[in-house]
Design a protein around this ligand. Structure first.
Ligand SMILES: [Zn+2]
Length: 208
């Protein structure tokens, strides 16, 4: 569980090579049954979102991130990467299935909110201070730089994602329990994903 504690939204940009955008493909894993499971789960969530008529535009990939505590990433244009290990575990037990559903709701919310398209000063909140995710962590070359979404966007993705859960009739207390579990394991998150603020927000939202 400690290895699966980080929900990430990242934006790739390239500072060195003009051709970098084509080179910068996050390595993916092919596993048809697991891909189908993830896609079916994602489809349910997208169906209650603002993108309910454009699920076909979503591309959802499995990735064996070198850094094993990364659960998922949203890259914009409907491209979402999900930890292959998390997805495999989700096929076998309900705890990880709910963790997958939380991850998907969070990443889909980044997409529907258009976070990858927004330009703003908050983009420049990089992870240097608090362990933001680097390109090497997700299997990209070192010379590709990643921008982490700002903390405001991370909290917004949680809030919207929890809203999708509610629409689906999924128990928000499970979402809260997942974050409490992070806290119990002393996983405080990082500067972009502070567990305490995420938990406070989820508890408030779940109480209404
Ligand atoms: Zn995120």
């Amino acid at each position: 569980m400690t290895r699966f504690s980080r929900l990430c939204g990242l934006i790739i940009y390239c500072s060195l090579f003009a051709s970098c955008s084509t080179q910068a493909r996050i390595p993916t894993v092919s596993d048809d049954p697991i891909e189908l499971l993830v896609r079916n789960e994602a489809e349910e969530i997208v169906a209650v979102s603002e993108d309910n008529n454009r699920f076909s535009a979503y591309e959802i990939f499995l990735s064996d991130f070198p850094r094993k505590d990364i659960l998922g990433m949203s890259m914009g244009n409907g491209r979402i990467y999900i930890s292959y290990e998390l997805a495999k575990l989700a096929s076998g037990n309900s705890f990880h299935l709910w963790l997958l559903r939380q991850t998907l709701a969070h990443e889909i919310a980044h997409e529907t909110a258009g976070h990858a398209k927004q330009d703003g000063s908050s983009w420049f909140n990089r992870g240097r201070l608090g362990g933001g995710v680097t390109s090497v962590d997700v299997g990209l070359p070192w010379n590709v730089k990643l921008r982490n979404y700002s903390i405001d966007k991370e909290l917004e993705a949680d809030s919207k994602g929890l809203g999708y859960w509610k629409k689906l009739g999924w128990d928000c207390r499970i979402w809260v329990r997942i974050l409490k579990n992070f806290e119990r394991q002393n996983y405080t998150g990082d500067v972009f994903h502070p567990t305490d603020r995420r938990l406070q927000q989820a508890e408030r939202s779940c109480a209404v």
